[in-house]
Write a protein that binds this ligand. Structure first.
Ligand code: PLP
Length: 415
């Protein structure tokens, strides 16, 4: 059965849609200042911790003898991507938006040979085909996810009209499959996905890059043993499906698996656990957060980012202070420990209630108020690094737990 191909918009390519703040001007304003001198709320990144986290990933790659692909959606910056690629010994990234793809493909990372391989990490919708082909001209390897027949129908029609077989042009595609996360990915072991896999393998213009799984469900692990079980289950799902396809005459030799908890688990497990896996991917590992601490695979000192925030008011009669940062600075993602973040050095306080721009801290003992005057700056360890970082137009960079700004990183926003 074939499906109607929905006519797509022809809005301009992304370079005309996004702009990022001027890094040079921000560096001039912020570098050399101490954190209590800057206007809040701001995001603070400890570069030393980012490097250490990325080196840990590099050690896992070495131990497991597997290629790493880093997901840059966590930070969306050139600087953190450079640290990740260097420390993890790879030239491959995943992006979650075309804005990230353009920003990084047009950065010095491609020109200097550090970045060669970019994957758009969301099943592509047909309005993005123009940009996908434009990006593919600017980097050695640009790949997309396909997990549905209709997407392939639309791509076939687009390709035929724009290029045609005679062009010899190829499109790199990962077959995204679902392995328990329930988000994106074709169901495994059903006729529709078998048919899609066959079409992808037999297509005259598609390079099939491999199977791709993402075990987001592994965030439920609470100790090392359960993290390793999630890794084994993700690996088994990918390999069992690869073998099932092979029994049906469809050969796919590459399998890319991972999420930060399962990749951290690969550092704990025997190398045989990754048999058949050719690539691991992870994103949150670079910054870490309270969710990762809850999995038992990170400690609070591994968390590289904090939200810098000031006491805006205080209410000793109800054991509470008000911070000048709310949901638009922390995000509203939950974490198993409860609340919206830990106040560094005051972990017994509770950031339990947030509104758009208000952060309400409760359970503050009377004796702590002497050291919590209006205007005092606190750092808050957030629940989910990706969503918290996405709240900020730029990040203040410090080193070694220090409080002097040494750099400013500018992420790309938008889609
Ligand atoms: C497709 C895909 N791959 C990899 C990742 C990285 O996961 P994590 O941040 O847990 O490392 C994500 C994150 O959402 C993702 O969507």
């Amino acid at each position: 059965m074939s499906f109607p191909v929905i006519a797509q918009t022809t809005t301009p390519l992304l370079p005309y849609h996004f702009s990022v703040p001027d890094k040079k001007a921000l560096v001039g304003q912020y570098v050399g200042k101490s954190l209590d001198q800057v206007r809040t709320p701001r995001l603070v990144v400890d570069r030393t911790v980012v490097k250490k986290n990325c080196e840990k990933l590099g050690a896992i790659a070495q131990r497991q003898q597997v290629k790493i692909r880093v997901h840059v959606k966590t930070h969306k910056t050139i600087e953190a991507t450079a640290i990740e690629l260097d420390a993890a010994g790879t030239d491959a990234i995943i992006v979650s938006t075309l804005a990230e793809a353009y920003y990084l493909v047009q950065s010095p990372l491609v020109a200097n040979g550090q970045l060669k391989d970019v994957l758009l990490g969301l099943p592509i919708s047909p309005d993005k085909f123009d940009e996908m082909f434009a990006l593919a001209d600017q980097v050695e390897t640009f790949s997309i996810f396909i997990d549905h027949d209709q997407t392939l129908d639309a791509l076939d029609a687009y390709y035929e009209e724009k290029y045609g077989k005679a062009s010899g042009r190829r499109v790199n595609v990962f077959f995204k499959v679902e392995c328990g996360n329930g988000r994106a990915g074709a169901a495994i072991h059903n006729d529709a996905s078998l048919n899609l896999a066959r079409r992808l393998v037999n297509s005259s213009y598609i390079n099939l890059m491999g199977l791709y799984t993402h075990a987001g469900q592994s965030y439920a692990c609470r100790d090392h043993a359960s993290a390793v079980s999630f890794l084994q289950a993700e690996r088994d799902a990918a390999i069992t499906y690869r073998d099932y396809l092979s029994e049906n005459g469809i050969t796919i030799d590459k399998c890319s698996i991972g999420a930060t908890p399962t990749v951290m688990a690969a550092g704990l497990a025997d190398p045989s656990v990754l048999q058949g896996i050719t690539e691991l991917h992870a994103g949150a590992f670079a910054f870490m957060d309270r969710q990762q601490v809850a999995t038992s695979l990170a400690s609070p000192s591994d968390v590289a980012i904090t939200v810098l925030s000031r006491v805006a008011s205080r209410y000793p009669e109800r054991g509470s202070i008000l911070l000048d940062a709310g949901a638009l600075a922390f995000s509203k993602d939950p974490s198993p420990q409860g609340g919206f973040g830990d106040i560094v050095g005051r972990e017994h306080w509770k950031l339990n209630k947030i509104a758009q721009e208000h952060g309400v801290v409760t359970e503050i003992p009377a004796e702590d108020f002497a050291d919590a005057p209006v205007g005092k700056v606190f750092q808050v360890r957030p629940n989910h690094c990706c969503l918290t970082a996405a709240c900020f137009e730029f990040y203040l960079v410090v080193e070694n737990g220090g409080d002097k700004v040494v750099d400013v990183w500018v992420p790309v926003r938008g889609w």
